[in-house]
Design a protein around this ligand. Structure first.
Ligand code: GDP
Ligand code: IMO
Ligand code: MG
Length: 423
């Protein structure tokens, strides 16, 4: 059996959590492969709305195994809170949640470092979620990080202290106050004791064994391709590999074992945090999109920047991920518009037109070139099958499919599990 991968093609928050939840009954296992508590994946069903940060979005389906892979950076404090927050759902964490011993741990000083680095950048700040993601991945690559398996060893305290001493040296260079640290450490060590009671495993064996037994595994991406450490709008990116290749390294699954790649995108674009966003709207349309789409961060509550759909960016994400099926989210948010714009190219300051995300594009003023199509301008509340779609929405879907060259297999018309139209 091959492992399918589900990931965001834009700047995150495309609706990945909802789609994982919808697809979950078809799978035996859902596994996170990168990112950490910077993610916020929202699920809505039976009148319940829940945001998951580190726990895979298959957790509400009782028969599923959920795995947090080695590529994830994990905050034990957030994990404990998340598990406690799920208390009312009667989830059997002993049977349904497994965590890689090779995943990296976020410690309190990683969060202080995140804040210190952001502060030092002034108006060049990335707009990080300040969850400690960047500094933790830095330590992982620098070969000094703590891993989940380390918490079981007797010398964990000593290893922790050695790392904190390094961090304190850096923090003193930035003149960053440490007043908060004792309280943060107290909660951290309480959470570590709780952490020890969870299933800590070598997840690469478990995932491959599930596949070998013919079971179906879905890899759940966090963030989006345009926030990828290599291919995103660097330096305004996150610190992990958010793409299909990241699912291989973040779970220990060989490239030849990748099956379907589901690319999730919104019917428009949003971005939270700093960095280039060619189709960003600063007018009433942008305001209306934010209001209609309730575009406020699931993790930080920050207003999301909004704009029209960007085809060059989507084509790029499809290319680097090998997307085989597209899922379009939040079509209902465009109900309010008489006309809908689709960015097909960018115009550069020298007057030339491009449709590639080149290295140079990042630092240039790229003006979007739009094709305008008629909107459907009506509610989609009644829609339960593709045949119910207004003709203008069908045209929009066909236009995108023609441009992107990949079939759109699902259109989402509302946040609830049920508001999902399969094609
Ligand atoms: P993720 O990080 O990719 O899982 O996405 P988020 O959960 O951060 O953000 C997506 C938001 O859109 C959440 O509030 C979802 O409940 C909501 N959502 C998902 N699909 C739809 C949809 O089709 N229509 C509307 N209106 N909201 C949706
Ligand atoms: P999900 O999984 C949207 C953004 C931050 C910031 C940049 C770097 O819910 O789609 P970091 O905390 O990683 O140092 O922040 O990346 N960012 C996200 N934006 N959705 C996310 O996750 C994000 N995770 C990080 O806003 O611009
Ligand atoms: Mg999110």
């Amino acid at each position: 059996m091959k492992m399918d991968v589900l990931l965001g093609l834009q700047w995150g928050d495309e609706g990945k959590g909802k789609v994982v939840d919808v697809l979950a009954p078809q799978y035996d296992v859902v596994a996170r492969f990168q990112g950490g508590p910077n993610a916020g994946h929202t699920l809505e069903f039976d009148g319940i709305k829940h945001v998951l940060h580190q726990i895979p979005s298959g957790i509400f389906r009782s028969k599923l195994v959920n795995i947090i892979g080695n590529g994830v950076v994990l905050d034990p404090v957030v994990l404990r809170k998340e598990i406690q927050g799920l208390g009312k759902f009667n989830i059997n964490f002993n049977e349904n949640l497994y965590i890689s011993k090779k995943a990296t741990i976020i410690i309190p000083t990683h969060k202080l470092l995140d804040a210190a680095y952001e502060k030092s950048k002034g108006d060049k700040k990335i707009g990080s979620t300040l969850k400690g993601i960047g500094p933790t991945y830095q330590d992982k690559i620098g070969r000094v990080a703590l891993r989940v398996g380390d918490i079981l060893a007797e010398d964990f305290g000593a290893k922790y202290n050695a790392l904190v001493e390094k961090h304190k040296t850096i923090l003193s260079f930035y003149d960053f106050p440490l007043d908060e640290l004792p309280e943060l450490e107290k909660v951290f060590f309480e959470s570590i004791e709780f952490f020890k009671t969870l299933n800590l495993i070598d997840s690469e064996y478990q995932v491959n064994e599930h596949l070998s037994k013919g079971q179906k595994v879905l890899a759940e991406g966090a963030q989006g391709s345009l926030l990828d450490i290599d291919f995103g709008s660097y330096p305004f990116v996150t610190s992990s590999s958010t793409m299909t290749a990241g699912a291989c390294t973040g779970l220990g699954v060989a490239p030849a074992r990748i099956g379907e790649v589901y690319g999730i995108f919104k019917a428009y674009c949003t971005r939270v945090g700093s960095g280039p966003f060619p189709t960003e709207l600063f007018d009433q349309d942008g305001e209306d999109m934010r209001k209609e789409g309730n575009e406020f961060g699931s993790t930080t509550g920050r207003p999301r920047r909004c704009g029209w759909i960007d085809l060059p960016a989507l084509k790029y994400s499809i290319m680097i991920n090998g997307v085989t099926q597209l899922f379009m989210m939040k079509a209902d948010v465009l109900n309010i518009f008489d006309n809908i714009k689709v960015c097909t190219h960018y115009q550069l300051p020298d007057g030339s037109f491009v449709d590639r995300l080149s290295y140079e594009l990042n630092d240039q003023e790229a003006k979007p070139v739009y094709k305008t199509i008629k909107g459907w301008n009506q509610s989609l509340a009644h829609v339960t099958t593709y045949d119910d779609f207004p003709s203008e929405l069908r045209n929009y879907v066909s236009l995108l499919e023609d441009e992107l060259g990949v079939p759109i297999k699902m259109v989402s018309v509302g946040p609830d599990r049920k508001q999902t139209i399969l094609r």
